[in-house]
Design a binder for this molecule. Structure first.
Ligand SMILES: [Zn+2]
Length: 157
């Protein structure tokens, strides 16, 4: 759990290159407590925002993903890299984010980033507690942020 003190704390979770173009989530008032992560989709539907914290850290990390155009010809179910649930191409698809001005990375994810709900549903169905799978989700999010985008758990010294 971490706390977003003000809208500024939220904006500063994102990399400087992303900060000019942020559409704030609706219904969020500050200070705002985030239990697992915060995800919201732009009204245009073109971009998805994620704010989470690294395991053992309270420093928020923000990532903006772009949705790639849906390929309606893809009929096979795809698997989300983070929560491992399967979905059609309208549910699980390629989300991309800029590494820098020259390079983008993509990852197959639930396009609305509702991974948490899916893990909780799955845990409910099997009678398990979702805490372990939510922890793995957080680790996978951070691994992506760290390996693909260079986020660190603490600000660089
Ligand atoms: Zn997912």
């Amino acid at each position: 759990m971490f706390r977003l003190e003000t809208d500024r704390t939220l904006i500063e979770a994102f990399r400087p290159r992303d900060r000019r173009v942020i559409e704030m989530p609706s219904g969020v008032t500050f200070p705002f407590f985030v239990r697992d992560y915060l995800a919201w989709t732009e009204t245009s539907g073109a971009r998805v925002y994620l704010v989470f914290s690294a395991p053992g850290s309270r420093k928020p990390i923000g990532i903006i993903f772009r949705r790639s155009s849906q390929d309606a010809s893809v009929r096979t179910a795809q698997m989300c890299d983070w929560c491992h649930s399967y979905g059609s191409s309208s549910e699980v698809g390629l989300l991309t984010t800029d590494v820098n001005s020259k390079r983008r990375v993509g990852v197959l994810l639930c396009v609305d980033l509702r991974c948490k709900e899916k893990l909780e549903d799955a845990a409910d169905r099997t009678g398990r507690h979702p805490i372990e799978s939510l922890k793995q989700l957080q680790e996978r999010m951070f691994r992506f942020a760290h390996e693909a985008l260079g986020f660190e758990t603490q600000p660089a010294a």
